[in-house]
Design a protein around this ligand. Sequence first.
Ligand code: G6P
Length: 595
Amino acid sequence: MCGIVGYIGDKNAAPILLEGLSKLEYRGYDSAGIAVAENGKVQLHKAVGKLENLIKKTDGGKKMTETIGIGHTRWATHGKPTENNAHPHAANRFTLVHNGIIENEAALRKHYLEGVKFNSDTDTEVIVHLLEKFVKEDKDVKVAIAHIIGELEGSFALAIIDKEDMNTIYAVKNKSPLLVGKGDGFNMIGSDAMAMIANTDTFYEIHDKEFAVITRDSIEIFTSYAKKVERDSFHAEIDVSDTEKGTYPHFMLKEIEEQPLVIRRIMQQYSDEDGNLVVDKDIIKDIKASDRIYIIACGTSYHAGLVGQTYIEQLAKIPTMSYIASEFVHNMPLLSKKPFFIFISQSGETADSRAVLVKVKEMGHKCLTITNVKGSTLSREADHTMILHAGPEIAVASTKAYTAQMAVLAVLANALSDNPMNLKYELAKTATVMESLCNNRELFHELSKEFFATTRNCFYIGRSTDYYICLEAALKIKEISYIQAEGFAAGELKHGTIALIEKDTPVVAFITREAVNLNTRSNIKEVRSRGAKVLTISLKRISAHSDQIVIGDVDEMFAPLVSALPMQYLAYYAALIRGCDIDKPRNLAKSVTVE
Ligand code: G6P
């Protein structure tokens, strides 16, 4: 969702802002804009649709000369994606961009801004008018910003410039992500490190309800009482090349094929000096002191949680349930006496998951966040963190973070076990089988042509952990190819949904568990008799001659990690054949920072 970049230094700001915004495209957006300033004049440039449109409109900012500016990609919440609603928004003196939602905007308008003329439908415009008003009353920008923080309810990351002081950018943060980047002779702000990594690898966090005052050569952070705080900087471990596609046509394909490498990296990162896979002792102690684990996540991360739950129950013998965060928060089950919470989130910023985290922390429960982003909100606010080490995932549709989540959950489950397995051996085998699947991508391309080129709908069926893969497979193909898809427990199909099967309806069946092999194959016969066109994906040792995709043998437990690849490839090629925007599908955001 919305992305923010800001720059103050001695270079032309516009190209740096546009480049930074391009690194935030993955978050999802539907319009973009920049504001650059010089000699008391602020120029606004906005465009609807892809960032490309703004780049064309401004000629890449090449002819501009302003050395201070802020930029924004907007994912519409209040008002349609029009130029008027695109950020930055300006009042008389201040110009700002905003990521988040102001929940009390109606009350603020009524209480403070009666008679003020608004130019957009956004909640953001309320902030800029409020700032204008408070500065007049408070006579000091810092005091007025602290005042604003006290008044606004909801989530807000803000970048603000002031026509009367062209040497300063103000950054404000509450619940939405925002980092300050420290440079030599310049400073930056951005929604994440990737937006700034081409310029600097040194960053400062701003905590919730804090603000920063940034000039070319100084960064000061203040509390909401305008009291200065001291903060250490940190270095982000991002390789600039990780944020580029390289020779791949799409980030999604690159990220699918990075999966063997990611599994090996996880093995390396979680190994102790003797080469054993280990987990922080404090995490193990806290989990062992609990009587039940609650896994909380959204989307793909929830699907990884379902697989992780079976790992924990089988290996660690601790009762575990996975829940969708947005449901759990308002419909909490009766908790056990000593619950432990695991939050799974690629971005570490998902507002739905955070809402649960805040609630369970208030209740005094311990929790662990499993995330790809060190220092992300969910990581900072949990008692413990385990990092996915998947490297930046740019395509909106999650692939490598998903398998990394399952692998890290396996590492955790095994570390909790009184009778651990040789996980290193199993994961190494898994990575090798993944690699052989990557070498076979043309098969998936051909099958996608046959099954998904024109269909309106499709079904994925499987039992046990294959069912969990079906849920993710359906989500993947929906996200990027817009085919209406459902993932079903194979045995449940006949209880209603089979009514939708017609001649040539594509049904993809996953068969990787011996115990349910014959049951799923019976369900295949049932749909075939009703005209379905069936694509079967199976593990080698239980495969049948007619199965179109046969996956090299791994321990059944790790089959979800390998069967993820064919389903990701099938979705990728379906979207490619249908001419969809694979890395940036319509309406979706990668980092969903509103509830
Ligand atoms: C969005 C993304 C999904 C992702 C979900 C959870 O909906 O489009 O790909 O699975 O958020 O995100 P998280 O960062 O918490 O894993």
